[in-house]
Design a protein around this ligand. Structure first.
Ligand code: 0RQ
Length: 513
């Protein structure tokens, strides 16, 4: 451990996770590291959860505001939620206990565009950040910090918090040193300058995080792995979605609307995104680049095969197998991966300048191309918008993808009206399901509706969607975006009542409730 903490002043602050957790005051806003299950503190949050549990048992109130980069893991979100220790959570989570408490009204959750978080803290919009708890891979003699497997909002947490707790994780590969690019040139309006990044591989900052060493109140050793969830092998639907996208991209190259090596790719998280990357890896493209937020297994395979020349991200999120490969070949990957703060990896200005091709999963889309990425049946949060909005609105091409049905066919992912909207029709260019791809560019709402029904809807729901659309067109007051307002969300309310969006007569008798 001593060789990971080379600064003499910080060595004097080494203590146990329990001692460090005792320094966090009740009611504090705490900025923790962590993005998509990578680079989050492991020991301190679990120690804090133990402390909260015993305080609650003694009848004392203790909750914190918990801010992170994005999702973390059971040792952080899970542990703190289980002891009811989180008053307010932002900006993104995917933890089952958090989700349950948020949907039960027991935890406040502010779902934010990931690129906005750092600047909102600097603007003072979110209140005071009291404590930063940040995982690092090591500390240099002069106190500079070697970032861990994600960068997220760590720069802002370290700059803005009154007090800092550093978790030094000896399990993180020391070879991460040099992979990061921390940009210290951000300013507040009206003094902002252009972000000087014109290629996805540009390095515009420094490989290290810095902080005021006097603010560091604890240095805690850890040796626990990141979440490292495995991916499912691509299923048939994901493969079909991938092949529609690849065919479309090839066509765009032929038409001269994309260069042969495409434009930088952004890919969301999850199994479909990973399948699309696997499809691209087997496809005809070479020398691709990525400007994305999460680098998952699919991109590692593409880097190894040479399909992908380089990738920029803010976090590494690997299965155990991919992590082993990454650790063994870290010198190869360091030449090809740049990890940046999420305000830069997701920066609207940079996404627009580079012409990123954004590919994100969704929960549902409506006939007119409005997309719901976050809510089940209008009111229950799934995860959050994450970076999908940062990319979708500013991308060169913005894809949203989903299987055409969910829950064994009981739910159509193409609906008359989206029960919640994260991405409006104005930010959604291409919708893809296993059924097909609808290219919505330049189309009016009614043109879009016909195409989405024809190309993307499942055959079980296509006639009902067409029927809704035709009747809307006949009877709605306005013919621009026609809706039957009394019926628009009836598919969702039917599902909530019967467990199936299809009218009862259409459901096999065995499934009648
Ligand atoms: O539920 O697991 O209970 O069966 O939703 O669906 O098909 O497994 O897809 O894991 O890729 O998640 C949009 C949620 C998709 C995710 C979303 C049910 C379905 C299943 C998951 P079960 P799948 P995925 C970069 C970009 C927002 C953030 C983002 C997400 C579960 O991709 O959170 O894009 N995106 N970030 O059964 C009811 C429907 C449904 C439905 C699916 N229409 N109605 N349930 N499900 N469609 C990353 C970051 O920003 C960090």
């Amino acid at each position: 451990f001593a060789d990971r903490v080379q600064n003499p002043a910080l060595r004097t602050k080494i203590m146990s996770a329990d001692e460090a957790a005792a320094l966090i005051p009740a009611g504090a806003n705490v900025g923790m590291s962590g993005f998509t299950g990578a680079g989050y503190p492991k020991a301190v949050p679990q120690a804090l959860a133990r402390r909260i549990e015993s305080l609650h048992a003694a009848g004392e109130e203790f909750r914190i505001g918990l801010w992170t980069g994005a999702s973390t893991a059971p040792e952080l979100d899970g542990a703190l939620a289980k002891v009811h220790g989180i008053e307010m959570r932002l900006p993104y989570q995917s933890d089952p206990t958090c989700r349950r408490q948020i949907n039960a009204g027991e935890m406040q959750y502010t779902d934010m565009h990931l690129s906005n978080v750092a600047q909102f803290v600097w603007f003072g919009f979110l209140g005071k950040l009291s404590v930063a708890v940040v995982e690092v891979a090591g500390i240099l003699p002069d106190g500079r910090l070697i970032p861990s497997s994600s960068v997220g909002n760590n720069k802002t947490w370290l700059d803005q918090a009154d007090q800092i707790i550093l978790e030094v994780n000896t399990l993180q590969n020391p070879g991460l040193e040099g992979m990061h690019d921390i940009y210290y040139g951000t300013r507040l309006p009206p003094y902002r300058q252009p972000i000087p990044l014109t290629g996805p591989g540009d390095r515009i900052g420094e490989p290290y995080l810095t902080c005021d060493l006097d603010k560091v109140i604890a240095v805690v050793p850890t040796s626990q792995p990141d979440r490292n969830s495995a991916f499912a092998a691509p299923d048939e639907n994901s493969q079909r979605i991938a092949s529609h996208i690849i065919e479309f991209l090839q066509q765009e190259v032929k038409l001269g609307r994309l260069p042969a090596e495409l434009l930088p790719l952004q890919s969301g998280v999850g199994n479909i995104a990973n399948a699309v990357l696997a499809g691209l890896n087997d496809g005809p493209f070479k020398d691709l680049t990525a400007y994305t937020e999460v680098l998952q297994d699919g991109m590692l395979d593409m880097l190894r095969s040479g399909t992908l020349a380089m990738a920029s991200a803010t976090a590494l999120s690997f299965s155990p197998g991919a992590l082993a490969d990454f650790n063994q070949n870290i010198d190869f990957y360091r030449e090809r991966i740049v990890l940046r703060p999420q305000e830069i990896s997701n920066h609207p200005e940079v996404v627009r300048r580079l012409g990123v091709i954004a590919m994100n999963a969704m929960i549902e889309a409506d006939l007119y191309g409005n997309v719901n990425s976050t809510h089940i049946m209008g009111s229950s949060i799934m995860n959050g918008i994450g970076g999908s909005g940062d990319f979708a609105r500013n991308a060169y091409l913005s894809f949203f993808m989903t299987p055409s049905v969910a829950k064994d066919g009981a739910i159509s992912c193409i609906v008359p009206m989206a029960s919640h909207v994260d991405h409006t029709e104005h930010d959604v260019e291409i919708i893809v399901t296993e059924q097909g791809l609808a290219d919505l560019r330049g189309l009016s709402p009614t043109q879009r509706a016909r195409l989405i029904i024809e190309k993307c809807a499942h055959p079980d729901f296509r006639p009902a969607l067409l029927d809704y659309f035709e009747r809307s067109l006949k009877t709605a007051a306005g013919k621009h975006t026609p809706h039957l307002l009394d019926e628009a969300l009836s598919w969702h309310s039917r599902y909530l009542k019967t467990g199936d969006m299809r009218p009862v007569a259409a459901v096999p008798e065995a499934l009648h409730l």
